[in-house]
Design a protein around this ligand. Structure first.
Ligand SMILES: NC(=O)c1ccc[n+]([C@@H]2O[C@H](COP(=O)([O-])OP(=O)(O)OC[C@H]3O[C@@H](n4cnc5c(N)ncnc54)[C@H](O)[C@@H]3O)[C@@H](O)[C@H]2O)c1
Length: 487
């Protein structure tokens, strides 16, 4: 999902920069390519930055900032296509519509601005909420989708290729509005939460709950909680089973192939691949690449995951042992500098390097800045060594699937349903049920999210008899597993 303008045009100091993890969205000045969507055509305002345009939707509202409001019809089609593959969130929308469980909720949403999340946003609105929406990532916005949502009357501040300053400006515009006081946050990465906490502490105290999706955001929430600075309850959606087991594993299993193929046209059969990290994301990548006939090795720090990799038929190696001979290297660790300049110096000509793990920390991209960068496609750079050797770097070390391909809507439906239920739970919970701490969604809700998606497959669940339930010590209606069960 790429396409961005030269972000150096809007470089200034950030409102609260040093406090926040800005590294997540810094990128090279070498990248000025554009991967406009098919409908992202020139207009009379071509060349103007979104913040410099005056745009109005057909209802007369100008409370939004998108690339081009005129593209809304294309965006609406994208949303409709996504809806067809998002049965769970659409079912939730239909089931809870009459009750309006989010009536009165005013939600700051800081997530990827794409067709799938638009389905979630519009579901929240159907359930009674009002929302203001900004992007959590400068590259992932689908401009036409942002236009469609703005046209529908949602204040959305996002476009693909925001500068760092734009990024914070958009979030700030969502948080700070004269006529609207938020009481919930839906965050992906923790930026809206932290901006509000730092810049609008009084407003933050009025928040009823935070729903956070990402590993990074959840980590930051736990840090806040440990420092006793988290005054509102937060729901850790990232560690819901219905998130990690589906988004991290199944989504990455599909999108790693899509991203690599779209970016490089590579054939996988017989290629030597190293996947760093054999957690959920790594397992998904390995399984997909192995399935395509690639010869896959794994690097791991954890003996349990390493043993799992061995049992699954992968050689476990150190990066240094194989780096000279591999054709593709994929990072999926959540860690930093897993691939260093020293490793990249040893890679052979034509090696493809990409990250599926944490933002842009896994590959030491900064260490490549002194080399020649040649943009060959949007989100695809050749890095050229003085002796002519080239490696192919995807998305400047950011998430390859989010940057170079799309992610399966069905999986997003599962995560989106979990997010919606978490918002409903925090918003409607009686006083005292949740304190200023980080919580996991009750297992029963995880099971409910899964059950919403079963009809798609005409899957028929077996019901226990009373006798069986007694024997197992379970309620016939669930939950069916203890909290510690690993799936
Ligand atoms: N691309 C996507 O769409 C997507 C989706 C979900 C999660 N993620 C991100 O992917 C990352 C991994 O997620 P996960 O669910 O697999 O986490 P995980 O914790 O299950 O797996 C990460 C694995 O990497 C290993 N590891 C850590 N440092 C390492 C190193 N230096 N060398 C080798 N192995 C190392 C860990 O032992 C662990 O087994 C996270 O940052 C997560 O946010 C990406």
């Amino acid at each position: 999902m790429p396409a961005f303008k030269d972000r150096t045009r809007r470089r200034m100091s950030l409102p609260i920069g040093p406090y926040l993890n800005l590294d997540n969205r810094r990128s090279s000045t070498a990248s000025t390519g554009s991967d406009s969507s098919y409908c992202d055509t020139s207009s009379d305002e071509e060349g103007k930055l979104p913040r410099d345009k005056h745009q109005v939707n057909s209802s007369g509202s100008s409370d939004f900032c998108v690339k081009n409001i005129k593209q809304h019809a294309f965006g609406r089609r994208e949303i409709e296509i996504a809806e067809q593959e998002m049965p769970g969130i659409v079912a939730l929308r239909q089931r809870a519509d009459g009750e309006k469980p989010l009536k009165g909720a005013k939600i700051i949403c800081c997530t990827h601005v794409n067709a799938q999340t638009a389905v979630l946003i519009e579901t929240l609105i159907t359930l009674g909420a009002s929302v203001r929406w900004a992007a959590c990532n400068i590259y992932s916005t689908q401009n036409e989708v942002a236009s469609a949502v703005a046209e529908a009357g949602v204040p959305v501040y996002a476009w693909r290729g925001e500068s760092e300053e734009d990024f914070w400006w958009c979030i700030d515009k969502c948080i700070h509005s004269d006529s609207w006081q938020p009481n919930m946050i839906l965050d992906d990465g923790g930026d809206a939460t932290h901006l509000m906490l730092k810049k609008y502490p009084a407003m933050f105290r009025g928040i009823k709950g935070i729903v956070e999706e990402s590993v990074t955001g959840v980590h930051r929430l736990y840090q806040l909680s440990k420092a006793q600075k988290l005054t509102v309850p937060a729901m850790n959606v990232n560690d819901s089973v219905t998130k990690t087991k589906f988004d991290n594993l199944y989504s990455c299993r599909e999108s790693i192939l899509d991203a690599l193929k779209r970016a490089t046209d590579v054939m996988f059969g017989g290629k030597h691949v190293l996947v760093c990290g054999y957690g959920e994301v790594g397992k998904g990548c390995c399984s997909a690449l192995k399935g395509m006939g690639a010869v896959v090795c794994v690097s791991e720090i954890d003996p349990i995951c390493a043993l799992q990799a061995c049992m699954d038929g992968f050689r476990v190696v150190k990066v240094n042992e194989v780096v000279r001979n591999i054709d593709i290297l994929v990072t999926a660790t959540g860690n930093k500098n897993v691939v260093t300049r020293e490793h990249m110096d040893k890679m052979k000509n034509g090696c493809i390097l990409c990250n599926m793990g944490h933002s842009n920390t896994e590959i030491d991209v900064q260490s490549l800045r002194g080399l020649t960068w040649e943009k060959v496609r949007s989100q695809v750079d050749h890095i050229i060594w003085p002796d002519g050797k080239r490696i192919i770097l995807l998305a400047e070390g950011r998430l390859a699937n989010l940057s170079c391909s799309t992610i399966p809507s069905f999986v997003v439906s599962i995560t989106a349903s979990t997010q919606a239920l978490a918002l409903i739970e925090l918003f409607s919970a009686p006083a005292g049920r949740y304190k200023g701490d980080v919580y996991l969604l009750p297992k029963k809700m995880d099971e409910y999210v899964a059950s919403l998606h079963l009809p798609t497959f005409d899957a028929h669940l077996t019901e226990m008899t009373e006798d069986q339930a007694r024997y197992m010590g379970l309620n016939r209606a669930g939950p069916f597993k203890q909290a510690y069960y690993r799936y």
